[in-house]
Ligand binder design. Structure first.
Ligand code: HAM
Length: 419
């Protein structure tokens, strides 16, 4: 029979690798708590209309990357979430989360985009997302960037660079858009199919085209920054001052517009040179219009999300080993009645916070001893018929040369803890 495999672009994470994930997650969650962010959990499935409205009809995500289907049972159009900000704002509106003041929240979990899979780009990937709801900035804009820098330091990732831009207000962007379209149309013959199509729908996306010929056309286009009004410039200047004061280095990239339509003012990306084409490990920005766009009370907000697969790949490539948590003991048992005793012993030790693996699956003393060794455990805890009669356990060190001891069963925990 043909064996079944995981869906393309959706990865298993096997235990060796998952240990690195657990370390990463523990570090990130600790860091989030230190900045006063609280967890928010939303469903993986939302109404399709949420993402269409929030992310924008003329984006890659909505045009071609969403896993959407019609739920015939309920007559609803549903979608697996391609990102977390839309759900977060939907939940905040639905539960009046910011009625008594602004909130700092984070979320984590899988996101789904039907992209062409390649290294660093998957159809199921995982994000940590951070959102500050109800803050006009630029103070929280700076907070987000500063906290990212702190996380990279803590993870030992020295090689990430920050790109920053301000894309102004919707009105400023509309004026710029008209000028950009004029410029692109002048060079119509050098645009590719995507750029031509986007002339009508989303010309700003052409600014970060990967096509060298289109990039040349874009290089001579007017800069979006020249179209910002006083208020937008003041916001951007204040942010830059705060970053300078915090000692954060950045490059202003006037072509950085991001792939989702809800942004205004601040946008940023953290990019690694070590990941090839999929080098952006974290991206975000301000989305002051999104609450109103989804039917809520106008509420300023800003946030970012990082891609776990990309960050963990950087950790792995830098030689990071997961923190080692070998079992303290591996319980071996042989003879009539010893399994019952061993089961109880293992539970007693676990209740003392020790990591204990109980041998399962039968086999002689020698083969059980081999398993104990292979488990990485620090001690073999041997229960034979002799030990059973005396209510004792033989404790054999597996990683140090010490002597084998015979201890009363209730003295084992202290011996293991003392090791
Ligand atoms: P995004 O730039 O679409 O933003 O995604 C954020 C990060 O998720 C990316 O920088 C990347 O590391 C990771 N990522 C995205 N797509 C994939 C993929 N196919 N495979 C692997 N990793 C991927 C957002 O999602 C916004 N919601 C961020 C945000 C939060 N803006 C404001 N608040």
């Amino acid at each position: 029979m043909q064996t079944l495999q995981a869906v393309r672009g959706m990865n298993d994470v096997l235990p060796d690798e998952a240990e690195l994930w657990l370390d990463f997650e523990a570090t990130v969650q600790d860091w989030l708590a230190r900045y006063g962010y609280r967890n928010l959990r939303t469903p993986l499935v939302e109404h399709t209309a949420l993402f269409r409205r929030a992310i924008g009809e003329a984006t890659d995500i909505v045009e071609k990357e969403m896993y959407s289907w019609r739920d015939e049972l309920n007559d609803e159009d549903l979608t697996l979430r391609p990102e977390g900000t839309a759900s977060c704002v939907r939940a905040a509106i639905e539960h009046s989360l910011v009625y008594d003041g602004p909130k700092r929240v984070w979320y984590a979990g899988p996101m789904y985009r039907h992209e062409r899979p390649q290294k660093g780009r998957y159809r199921q990937f995982h994000q940590y997302g951070v959102e500050a709801l109800g803050y006009p900035g630029p103070d929280v804009d700076a907070e987000h960037i500063v906290m990212c820098a702190a996380l990279w330091r803590e993870l030992g990732l020295a090689n990430l660079r920050l790109e920053l831009n301000s894309i102004g207000s919707p009105e400023e962007r509309a004026r710029y858009r008209a000028e950009l379209v004029k410029h692109l149309e002048k060079h119509h013959d050098r645009l590719d199919a995507d750029a031509k199509r986007r002339l009508q729908t989303n010309p700003l996306r052409t600014l970060d085209s990967k096509n060298p010929m289109v990039q040349e056309v874009v290089a001579s286009a007017p800069s979006l920054l020249l179209y910002l009004g006083e208020a937008s410039l003041a916001h951007f200047d204040a942010l830059k001052r705060l970053l300078a004061a915090a000692g954060i280095e950045y490059r202003i990239n006037p072509k950085l517009v991001r792939g989702l339509d809800y942004y205004n003012l601040t946008v940023f990306e953290w990019i690694s040179p070590d990941l090839g084409a999929q080098g952006t490990v974290c991206g975000g920005g301000r989305y002051d219009g999104l609450f109103a766009q989804l039917g809520g009370k106008p509420t300023p907000a800003t946030g970012f999300a990082m891609g776990n697969e990309r960050l963990i790949a950087l950790l792995r490539d830098s030689g990071r080993k997961p923190s080692s948590r070998p079992p303290h003991g591996y319980v071996i048992h042989q003879g009539e009645g010893t399994l019952e005793f061993a089961l109880k012993l293992a539970e007693e030790l676990r209740a003392q916070n020790l990591r204990i693996v109980l041998h399962a699956g039968g086999g002689g003393m020698k083969s059980q001893m081999k398993k104990a060794d292979g488990s990485g455990a620090l001690y073999a805890l041997i229960v034979g018929e002799d030990e059973l009669k005396a209510g004792e356990v033989s404790v054999k060190p597996l990683r140090s040369g010490g002597p084998q001891l015979r201890l009363a069963h209730d003295a084992v925990a202290n011996a293991l803890k003392g090791s």
